[in-house]
Design a protein around this ligand. Structure first.
Ligand code: AP5
Length: 185
């Protein structure tokens, strides 16, 4: 089974994806991959540093290549995608690469959150280099402009989960959505 966790910055995608690893999923986060490149000081890491810190989107080509490398290691694995796809071009590329391996996305879980509360309640405390009000606002605007159309791309696979409850409650709602798809298919 392959799942996409979908939602605005700080909606809890990474938190919930890490928990799904305990259920056997492989967590693929393009944000984590890019931060790892930065920590290693690679050319790619240097190229993307400023874009990330200011809340912009890294180019489709770069993130598609990163995801392709991971999927090709074990195409039949169960993946949970976090922060990817973030544009319709990325969604189309993911579909093409999965189809070429005979697999597909089973479920897209959208975390429904109160955007106005995220910055004050979740982001400031974390202290990541893009967790400042200016970058966060840009990340949100990018999400609205570039990423919300991705939900429409996956409309037949989409399940909404309330994301403002405590972490364990959100997890239970995600488990319910997964169970429905498993029992149906
Ligand atoms: P990325 O790392 O993907 O950042 P993001 O989407 O902005 O998401 P976050 O990591 O901020 O939040 P999250 O939804 O994972 O929430 P989390 O679980 O951490 O991307 C960073 C940058 O990389 C992008 O801006 C872009 O430049 C680049 N990039 C990445 N992917 C790209 C792509 N595909 N294309 C182009 N560019 C790309 O939770 C946030 C906080 O809230 C945590 O402190 C957590 O403990 C807390 N929390 C979580 N859930 C709850 C809850 N239910 N109640 C209370 N607190 C909670």
């Amino acid at each position: 089974m392959n799942i996409i966790l979908f939602g605005p910055p700080a909606s809890g995608k990474g938190t919930q994806a890490k928990r799904l690893v305990e259920q056997g999923f492989t967590h693929l986060s393009t944000g984590d991959m890019l931060r790892a490149e930065r920590e290693r000081g690679t050319d790619l890491g240097k190229t993307v540093a400023e874009i990330m810190d200011t809340g912009g989107l890294v180019s489709d080509d770069i993130v598609i290549r990163l995801i392709e490398q991971e999927i090709s290691k074990n195409p039949q694995g169960s993946f949970v995608f976090d922060g990817f796809p973030r544009t319709v071009a990325q969604a189309k590329a993911l579909q093409a690469m999965m189809t070429s391996h005979g697999v597909f996305i089973d479920l897209v879980i959208r975390l429904d959150v109160d955007i106005d509360r995220l910055l004050s309640e979740r982001v400031i405390a974390r202290g990541r280099s893009d967790d400042n009000p200016k970058s966060f606002k840009k990340r949100l605007n990018q999400y609205i402009a570039e990423t919300t159309p991705v939900a429409e791309f996956y409309r037949t696979k989409l399940a909404s989960v309330p994301g403002m409850y405590p972490i364990e409650i959100v997890s239970k709602e995600i488990d319910k959505a997964i169970k429905i798809v498993r029992e149906r298919d």
